[in-house]
Write a protein that binds this ligand. Structure first.
Ligand code: HEC
Ligand code: HEC
Ligand code: HEC
Ligand code: HEC
Ligand code: HEC
Length: 354
């Protein structure tokens, strides 16, 4: 099977999985985002990373929040410490401790949000948690006095913990402040793309990090054990998919770009518009290549987006095709390269009529 049909298959499989849940995924408050980005279980291309964090099911939280824990375990948040790329990078650092704050953070909600995240320890080998659980449930949810902070004020009581509405959850002014806390800094291969989101006031347009990267889903938040030992699910309510939407999944990456074809006096042009809430890409190790071929005339053009020639937030890039005679349509091909993928991954293959 060639790469394209594999991609088509992956997209098909993902839609199949979701068709069960998708009816439940409407939300007026985030209608704009969901129209652009239907909720979707990520299918990242194979880049040598493990599919899930080993040992995730022995986490305390997994006993009752099994579904959420399994989603989290598939993210780079869960694997932020064990990630080989990260381990290789800190191996050559004189003060690797300076890197720990975002990769094994203490619970962020125990101090005012906005400060530098602090590491759980300066000697990771001494940490109890194996294999360190990266950005753990507690990093985002633990609040003062052992309470779990979340979007709801009225949650079912549990012996495991008390629950409180946290200001970093839900629709309040501090929504997204957890994400922004870590994603605002430019460090190593990472560009602080959350700064784009803040300075261009994307939140005023109704956009949010959580809205695009953790789509809404209606389901029980927990499974609990009754007094007689039987299990039952808690009531269905609006929560968020904990498997992060990632550019390593070609389906999600395609949603980053709006494409429009136009005729010009010397051929045609393709307008490529940024539909993410920040610049593209956000890592020095990533690039996206657009190749456009004229159909019905002679002509081809290529453009590469990378961290130096990035597509700015709210920006549009115009790719001109000089074909003399006007083409009848444009064939557009987009591929994505990053560390660990042997052949660039196709995320766009589309024909636009002129
Ligand atoms: C302020 C928070 C923060 C600190 C401190 C931090 N990182 Fe990261 N790191 C991130 C974020 C956020 C990402 C993910 C960015 C992405 O995927 O776009 C990341 C991802 C990475 C990756 C993976 C890149 C890839 O190709 O997937 C490496 C390697 C890395 N960091 C190395 C380091 C090193 C080395 C240090 C210390 C010098 C460090 N980090 C300190 C936030 C941080
Ligand atoms: C013994 C079962 C059990 C365990 C273990 C457990 N929880 Fe919960 N948790 C619940 C129940 C029940 C609810 C309430 C669900 C509801 O009302 O729909 C809940 C609610 C929550 C909420 C939502 C709070 C809100 O106000 O919106 C968060 C966040 C949470 N738990 C995180 C965690 C984390 C993190 C762990 C592991 C450290 C954990 N829980 C362990 C049973 C458990
Ligand atoms: C990077 C931060 C982050 C991490 C890590 C994280 N969560 Fe969440 N969690 C969130 C956000 C954001 C929401 C949704 C807030 C909203 O709805 O506005 C949420 C919502 C929840 C809820 C309430 C959902 C509902 O249906 O009521 C529970 C329960 C929960 N998380 C448990 C967990 C558990 C268990 C883990 C670890 C396996 C975990 N979370 C890891 C950020 C995180
Ligand atoms: C404690 C710091 C921290 C917080 C809080 C945090 N992130 Fe991350 N995030 C990271 C790091 C570190 C990585 C990359 C780990 C690696 O590649 O080794 C990452 C990776 C990611 C990725 C890339 C995933 C991939 O598969 O390539 C996305 C998307 C992301 N985060 C979105 C979010 C969103 C949305 C929130 C808020 C709900 C959030 N992050 C909160 C530190 C953080
Ligand atoms: C309108 C939807 C949208 C919003 C809002 C949004 N993102 Fe993204 N994000 C995307 C898309 C689409 C991509 C894939 C394109 C890319 O790689 O930049 C992406 C990529 C990323 C990546 C991976 C970047 C890389 O190249 O490794 C990270 C990390 C991330 N987003 C974090 C965030 C954070 C943090 C916020 C809030 C400050 C946020 N996003 C807001 C849609 C969004």
């Amino acid at each position: 099977m060639n790469k394209l049909s594999l991609l088509a298959l992956a997209i098909f499989a993902a839609f199949g999985l979701l068709s069960l849940a998708s009816n439940a995924l409407q939300d007026d408050s985030v209608a704009i985002q969901e129209e652009l980005r239907p909720a979707h279980i990520p299918v990242p291309a194979d880049d040598g990373r493990p599919a899930m964090l080993e040992g995730w099911d022995s986490l305390d939280c997994a006993e009752c929040h099994n579904q959420i824990a399994s989603e989290w375990a598939s993210t780079m948040h869960a694997m932020a410490w064990v990630d080989e790329r990260y381990q290789e990078a800190i191996a050559t650092k004189r003060r690797p401790q300076s890197c720990y704050g975002c990769h094994i953070p203490q619970p962020l909600n125990l101090r005012p949000l906005g400060g530098k995240p602090r590491p759980r320890g300066s000697d990771p080998e001494a940490l109890d948690e194996t294999p360190h659980n990266g950005i753990s449930c507690l990093s985002c949810h633990l609040g003062p006095e052992g309470a779990m902070l979340g979007p709801y004020a009225d949650t079912e009581a549990t012996e495991a913990h008390t629950s409180k509405q946290g200001e970093a959850f839900g629709e309040g002014a501090l929504a997204d402040s957890l994400c922004i806390n870590c994603h605002r800094s430019t460090v190593g291969p990472v560009i602080g793309i959350a700064k784009d989101f803040e300075t261009t006031r994307q939140a005023d347009k109704g956009l949010s990090c959580v809205g695009c990267h953790m789509p809404a889903i209606d389901r029980p938040a927990a499974t609990v054990t009754n007094e007689d030992g039987t299990k039952r699910a808690t009531a269905v309510r609006r929560g968020r998919l904990h498997s992060l939407q990632t550019p390593r999944d070609p389906y999600f990456l395609a949603t980053a770009f709006g494409v429009e074809a136009r005729r010009t006096s010397t051929g045609a042009e393709l307008l490529i518009t940024n539909q993410a809430g920040h610049r593209i890409p956000g890592l020095t190790t990533r690039s996206m290549t657009f190749t456009v071929t004229a159909i019905g005339a002679e002509g081809e053009a290529t453009h590469v987006f990378d961290s130096t020639a990035y597509l700015p937030v709210d920006g549009t890039y115009t790719l001109a095709i000089e074909s003399g005679a006007p083409p009848t349509s444009l064939q557009i091909h987009g591929t994505h390269s990053w560390t660990g993928v042997e052949t660039p991954v196709v995320f766009l293959d589309q024909t636009l009529e002129l």
